[in-house]
Design a protein around this ligand. Structure first.
Ligand code: CA
Ligand code: NI
Length: 561
């Protein structure tokens, strides 16, 4: 019997436009998969010919979610090109903002974009509120907003939506799907925190805006430092920031982590079956200094789940190719030389992707020629393998409470667990970073900008900004000629994870993670959504286009089925 193709387009509850096609056999097991970025953008082209001091405000428009990290990486790339070292205070303020975003991003991703793949909202309506309150106490000594009365009010709110026929954003779920594993009470506990996380993410936006001016499009970075001088010197502002982070810390400790433990318990079979496991190649560039000589994340490369061998990370091994992507260049190039001439080859006549040809706007980045998974899972695994004093205690605690092994994290559920642990680490260490800042100010170091004279800087230079950001390793690479931007390339985390196949026919991490997955009902492929969502896709970030020759970009069309 021949294989059947299933097309999911678009994948919702992500940023951007992603299409997934899978081929299932007669037992509904996925035998092949294709991830296709369905978006075409031109930010890298717009940057060409610009004054290097302007790149930040333009590059941050690459994405409407990850604005800050593109802003920061682009400005850091210019600083790197010119050899400008920013003051300590500037680095700390940049870290406070980026790490608050990590926390906000992880919370929003889990609760609002992903949790309903595990939590059946309609089942929560049948929960006994007294039992639900007891259930939450199995996973935490002080569960977040867990009184029976409060849970009753949550249930009332939910049933109000249902009765009025206004499920709204809950309207199109696969409710009642056979693979939902939580009890009605566990579902209710989760829905309670889903609603609480809505207001918390708003507060975190305020925290970011204290230093960044506004969000999502921040204004506080300039080449050489930050402009948040008045905020840094205002104790009330610092206190407002810490207040929000303290509230968030409570939520993570009493809701997010316990809820994740509940998911691990409920979906243990999925972990044991290694559902969503990719190739086991992980890459981290590390970063976020604090204190005297410590850093939050370690760098390193792991191949094929071999946790005994950690290679050191060497950025010169990064290349991008487009043999299966809708661009002309098929050879692997380093980002500094990256060329991108669109070459759209359309879909098949039946509206499916050209499985053997080009099929995505996402290019294929490779490290030393190999596919790499990036993100919280990579960071937690590399941190543990490298015995990071920051990461090990948190991971050990989570593993002790859930019985998970390190390899178990390399699954759909484990990817989420790693993200939750990372959110807790980022949130806790924000206090250390703030202490560093206050310490500096106390000793009259109020510098926030390194002075330079633009006209005296080299007219020709190359530089890069390389950062761990919520979804993984982000690189901005630029070349300056005649004091303007001559070439610009971004390699974003989702470019790594949503990568299509390459000239060796090696699958990207999304694709690899889908192979072998059994669908219980091919007309409701919830299992596929779980795997893909666990990576936290941001397709807007993944797809950038530039043409180094400055030629007209070719026209394209997208056919819908
Ligand atoms: Ca790019
Ligand atoms: Ni993004």
């Amino acid at each position: 019997m021949s294989n059947t193709k299933i097309v999911i387009d678009p994948i919702t509850r992500i940023e951007g436009h992603l299409r997934i096609e899978v081929e299932i056999d007669e037992n509904n097991i996925i035998r092949e998969a294709w991830a296709s970025g369905q978006l075409f953008r031109g930010i890298e082209t717009i940057l060409k010919g610009r004054d290097p001091r302007d790149v930040g405000l333009i590059a941050q428009r690459i994405c409407g979610v990850c604005t800050n990290v593109h802003y920061r990486a682009s400005i850091s790339a210019v600083e790197d090109a010119y050899g400008i070292t920013i003051p300590n205070n500037a680095e700390i303020i940049r870290n406070l903002v980026t790490l608050s975003l990590f926390v906000q991003d992880h919370l929003v991703h889990y609760y609002h974009l992903h949790s309903l793949d595990f939590v059946d909202i309609t089942a929560a309506l049948e929960a006994d509120c007294t039992k639900a309150s007891d259930e939450a106490r199995k996973f935490s000594d002080h569960p977040y907003r867990n009184s029976v009365e409060h849970l009753e009010s949550v249930q009332e709110k939910l049933s109000g939506f249902v009765k009025a026929g206004r499920l709204g954003l809950f309207a199109n779920g696969y409710w009642g799907h056979k693979t939902y594993c939580l009890s009605p009470e566990q579902n209710l506990v989760h829905m309670n925190h889903y609603l609480e996380a809505l207001s918390l993410q708003r507060e975190l936006s305020k925290a970011v805006a204290i230093f960044a001016g506004k969000t999502p499009h921040p204004q506080n970075l300039v080449v050489g430092g930050v402009t948040s001088v008045a905020d840094m010197l205002n104790p009330q502002r610092l206190n407002d920031f810490l207040f929000i982070i303290q509230e968030t810390r409570e939520f993570i400790e009493r809701a997010y982590i316990p809820d994740m433990m509940m998911i691990v318990e409920g979906y243990r079979d999925s972990i044991k079956a290694a559902e969503g496991r990719s190739k086991g190649n992980f890459m981290c560039c590390g970063g976020y200094r604090f204190g005297k000589q410590q850093q939050l994340f370690e760098s390193g490369v792991i191949k094929g789940h071999n946790f005994d061998t950690l290679e050191s990370f060497d950025e010169s091994k990064i290349t991008e190719e487009a043999s299966r992507s809708w661009y002309e260049n098929d050879t692997a190039l380093t980002p500094y030389d990256g060329a991108t001439t669109p070459f759209y080859t359309d879909l098949n006549d039946d509206g499916t992707l050209k499985s053997e040809g080009k099929y995505s706007w996402v290019k294929a980045p490779r490290y030393d020629g190999e596919v790499m998974e990036v993100g919280p899972l990579a960071r937690m695994i590399v941190g543990v393998v490298k015995k990071s004093p920051v990461i090990v205690p948190y991971m050990e605690r989570f593993m002790a409470k859930t019985g998970m092994q390190l390899l178990d994290f390399s699954t759909t559920v484990g990817r989420n667990a790693a993200r939750a642990v990372e959110a807790q680490i980022c949130c806790d260490y924000l206090f250390d970073m703030m202490s560093n800042l206050i310490e500096n100010i106390k000793y009259y170091d109020e510098t926030t900008w390194t002075k330079y004279v633009f006209e005296e800087l080299s007219t020709q230079a190359t530089g890069r900004g390389l950062f761990e950001v919520p979804r993984g390793v982000l690189g901005h690479f630029l070349r300056i000629e005649n004091s303007t931007i001559a070439n610009y390339q971004t390699v974003a985390p989702t470019t790594w994870n949503a990568s299509p196949k390459d000239s060796n026919n090696s699958r990207g991490p999304y694709e690899e993670a889908l192979i072998g997955l059994k669908l219980c009902d091919p007309s409701a492929p919830l299992e596929v959504l779980r795997v893909i969502h666990s990576f936290d896709p941001c397709l807007a970030c993944a797809v950038h286009v530039m043409d180094i020759h400055g030629a007209e970009l070719s026209s394209y069309k997208i056919r819908s089925l």
